[in-house]
Write a protein that binds this ligand. Structure first.
Ligand code: SF4
Length: 426
């Protein structure tokens, strides 16, 4: 959206207090994401009363999902733009400039999928970027509203993703994070290559591995039952593709996995983790799980806790189940009371903290490479190891001289602070 606006002549304000139009991009796939989005909207609406802000725009999944209903509940907002319509944001705002009407720009169907010709402006210091390789999802996970919001699965072409990677690399991006709702389905809707069949994710990763202007390529959101030997091979042998993978496993009880319609069992997941660890040297394995799914008994939850303890994940995200419209799980009985799901959530976080503590402490004294994201002062920076994806896996506080944002530094790990690390330049 920033790129599209800049291309049409809109200036991008550094601070909200300098802006005349605020665009809030929202998420809505679970209750807590919706709450966070609404809080952000109300906060900005408050500023509007006091400042120079003339127009408030809400974009993304929240209007895509709730359109007109949302407009009734949030009279403070002028314009709503769904995920299907964001490419036209500049035209929409041009129109809004001349008219004072409120507008709802939400089309049903698939999310607009950008390509290498879509103008981009990166947030932050510009050395790390996400690339969306596909959009939408055709799977049937019982808890998940995303297929209804984002529409059916669509892949970008290999050429478009590689071209964007090259362009980003040439503009100074050092790290690419590949995202999609379901990365492992990439290619299934593309045309077959004569004699080779449809393109597969490992082929895309091999092509991206050749993009010499970037250093790190990280793969996120891999569907467990779709991990192939070829995918494991490139994760283990890549020059730029990192030995990092995010495989959301969701639970450790067969009963709950079945009710979730994940098409797998705890044992198959266990085998997958062992296979990944045995094949990929220095693997960082991230996963997410859900607590409080309808029908989750104490015994199911205990199985999940044992699974997490046994698997010793390097990084773990824990979500609390929330009932979502247009999902199968909303129809299920035996809902877990909020109080219990909150306790289960807190307890599982505690379990993982203990695992992390040990893993982090093991790193003390080791040497590694850090990509510097920001500077607190000239001799103290904040960066990340290749095992730390942006925003979710913690950071490294780096002490040293001549630190530069967007550059790599060789460091020795000197200490641990919860999920963060301390290091000094060597
Ligand atoms: S694969 Fe992911 S996005 Fe797709 S339905 Fe399942 S949880 Fe939702």
């Amino acid at each position: 959206m920033l790129g599209c606006l800049a291309e049409s002549g809109y200036g991008i304000a550094e601070e909200l207090s300098d802006a005349t139009i605020a665009v809030i991009n929202t998420c809505s796939f679970i209750g807590s994401a919706r709450e966070e989005s609404i809080e952000a909207i109300l906060e900005v609406a408050d500023l509007r009363e006091k400042g120079t802000l003339k127009s408030l725009v809400v974009a993304g999944c929240l209007p895509q999902r709730y359109g007109k209903e949302l407009a009734k509940e949030l009279p403070e907002v002028d314009i709503f733009i769904g995920t299907s319509a964001f490419r036209g944001i500049a035209d929409i705002l041009d129109q809004a400039d001349s008219e004072t009407n409120r507008g709802i720009y939400v089309e049903s169907g698939s999310t607009h999928l950008y390509d290498d010709r879509t103008p981009r402006i990166l947030l932050g210091a510009g050395h790390s970027a996400y690339i969306k390789i596909a959009e939408g999802c055709d799977r049937v996970c019982a808890f998940c509203a995303i297929p209804g919001i984002r529409g059916s699965f669509q892949s970008r072409t290999l050429e478009s993703v590689v071209k964007e990677a090259e362009q980003l690399g040439e503009s100074g991006v050092r790290e690419l994070n590949l995202v999609a709702q379901d990365s492992t389905s990439w290619g299934k809707d593309l045309s077959s290559i004569p004699g080779k069949g449809r393109p597969k994710l490992h082929q895309l990763l091999h092509a991206l591995d050749q993009v010499s202007s970037v250093d790190w390529i990280r793969l996120l959101y891999v569907y467990p039952s779709a991990v192939t030997n070829e995918l494991i091979e490139i994760l283990s042998s890549g020059q730029r593709v990192l030995p990092y993978v995010d495989v959301p496993l969701q639970h450790g009880s067969d009963r709950i996995l079945k009710a979730m319609r994940r098409g797998t069992t705890a044992d198959l997941q266990r085998k997958l983790v062992n296979r990944l660890r045995a094949s990929i040297n220095g693997l960082t394995l991230r996963t997410t799980v859900i607590v409080g799914f309808p029908g989750e008994t104490d015994a199911d939850y205990d199985e999940l806790v044992s699974f997490v303890k046994e698997m010793q994940f390097d990084k773990l995200g824990v979500f609390r189940y929330s009932d979502e419209e247009n999902t199968k799980a909303i129809e299920l009985s035996k809902k877990v009371p909020r109080k219990i799901s909150r306790e289960r959530y807190k307890n599982l976080i505690k379990v993982q903290r203990e695992i992390m503590k040990e893993k982090q402490t093991d790193q003390i004294g080791k040497e590694d490479r850090v990509l510097l994201d920001s500077l607190i002062n000239p001799s103290l920076g904040i960066g990340r190891l290749s095992s730390q994806a942006p925003e979710i896996d913690g950071v490294v506080h780096v002490a040293g001289s001549s630190l530069k944002i967007g550059q790599f530094a060789s460091v020795r790990i000197t200490g641990v602070n919860e999920i963060d690390l301390r290091a000094e330049v060597i």
